[in-house]
Design a protein around this ligand. Structure first.
Ligand code: NAP
Length: 287
């Protein structure tokens, strides 16, 4: 049976450390603040945003929410971001996705000042990650890397197979794993013979958004399995992209859903807000 990688416990530990750092910053007169922009009425986004606000509260990060109408124009959205870029008291800006289809999310991301890019989605952050410079790493990949670190999972020379090539998960994760000397394969919906790839993975990371897609026969005995997927069943239950009950029997390590990657994503967002506050005020960062 696999060792369960407990994202809840690790995320709690990270949040507790951040709370101490946040208190220290406040003693110096610095008050970390996150501004979250949400466009329209997406119910899943509301849950994500609520969780982020709760985490801010717990750590002592100030939190401000901007709820924009569904029919807002690109110019209005960009103007709000530009306004927030200028406000010194706002240390981090997060645009909650998805946004309505008539808006260009990449254009909006490009408008976010690099110094406040706590989600790590601006071209500057992505570029710096690619060339191995210190930057804001997007929160889900960063959370996965923290899990490897905590459980002493060394990536050097390992075959890492990632299913999913999104800009927010798959691609930055590939960069992170490459920087830890793994041999990385990225699979996607056009990949031929997916199982041949997954079956040889020492570390299999799944970020597809397809409930229980990865079954036991697709996984090598002893592999580390990281399940990024979050899917709601018809009964309202949260499940991952991996058939956890069966894959757990042959994996060496596995993340559960819920309680795996999800809590880590929020913890690393909080980490990035503290990092942004320090860097904007020329403090050393710990992560
Ligand atoms: P996305 O943008 O929809 O990307 C999904 C990826 O999966 C795409 O690259 C797609 O390939 C690939 N894919 C879909 N069906 C496939 C198939 N049959 N075979 C191989 N590849 C396939 O999703 P995302 O934003 O990366 O998110 C992925 C999942 O992670 C979702 O469930 C999301 O809710 C979850 N998520 C969780 C967290 C967290 O904190 N736990 C954070 C972010 C996302 P193509 O590129 O060819 O279409």
């Amino acid at each position: 049976m696999a060792i369960i990688i407990d994202g809840k416990v690790l995320a709690k530990k990270i949040r507790e450390n951040l709370k101490v750092e946040c208190e220290q910053l406040k003693e110096q007169g610095l008050h970390p603040k996150l501004a979250v922009i949400m466009v329209g009425n997406n119910s899943a986004s509301k849950v994500y945003v609520r969780n982020k606000s709760k985490a801010c509260d717990e750590i002592g990060i100030e939190y401000e929410e901007y709820l924009l109408e569904e029919n807002i124009t690109q110019q209005e959205l960009n103007s709000l971001i530009e306004k927030l870029n200028q406000i010194k008291e706002v240390n981090g800006i997060l645009l909650q996705s998805p946004i309505p289809e008539h808006l260009d999310i990449n254009q909006a991301f490009k408008t976010i000042s690099y110094q406040k890019d706590v989600d790590g989605f601006t071209p500057s952050s992505v570029g710096k990650l690619t060339i191995g410079e210190d930057t804001f790493i997007s929160c889900t990949p960063y959370g996965v890397m923290k899990m490897f670190e905590e459980y002493n999972i060394d990536l050097t020379g390992k075959d890492v197979v990632i299913i999913g090539r999104s800009n927010i998960v798959g691609k930055p994760l590939a960069q992170c794993c490459l920087s830890k000397n793994a041999t990385v394969t990225i699979c996607h919906s056009k990949t031929k013979n997916l199982k041949e790839h997954t079956k040889r993975a020492d570390i299999l990371i799944v970020a597809m958004g397809k409930p229980k897609f990865v079954t036991k026969d697709m996984v090598k005995e002893g592999a580390v399995v990281i399940d990024v997927g979050t899917n709601q069943t018809e009964e309202g239950k949260l499940v991952g992209d991996v058939d956890f009950e069966n894959v757990e029997k042959i994996a060496s390590y596995i993340t559960p859903v819920p309680g795996g990657v999800g809590p880590m994503t929020i913890a690393m967002l909080m980490n990035n807000v503290i990092k942004a506050t320090k860097e904007q005020n020329n403090e050393n960062t710990t992560f």
